[in-house]
Ligand binder design. Sequence first.
Ligand code: RB5
Length: 147
Amino acid sequence: MKIGIGNDHTAVELKQQISEYLQEKGYEVVNYGTDSSERFDYPISGEKVAMAVKNHEVDLGILICGTGVGISLAANKVKGIRAVVCSEPYTAKLSKEHNNTNILAFGARVVGLDLAKMIVDSWLEAEFQGGRHAKRVQMIADIEERQ
Ligand code: RB5
């Protein structure tokens, strides 16, 4: 599985640590973020990862900024993207099972490395359950079509 990862200047170290963690687990990781401590505007990497998911260059995306909020908001502007911000594993798991999220976001100023790994594992291991949830996810897509 191929995962696109993106970040801003607040999350360079955590992005690198999570990338290594994923690679050790056998995932292919594509870096769309910054590796510099210079200020970097999170909408740039949020959009890049979202477009990579939308265009099937990668299977799923992971985004990290200070809180995970701004970068997920940017990603959610791309049609077909369902990005969730999580600071604990339960929401990460349910967001995949019920909402079929295709991008996970979290904050480098909010979660430490061990918790981030737990969030990532819960999200990647969960599977969309379809059924009644598919109808609701389709209703979200319908909102996009009405814009
Ligand atoms: C950068 O200072 C900070 O605003 C950004 O990393 C993020 O937390 C925005 O949502």
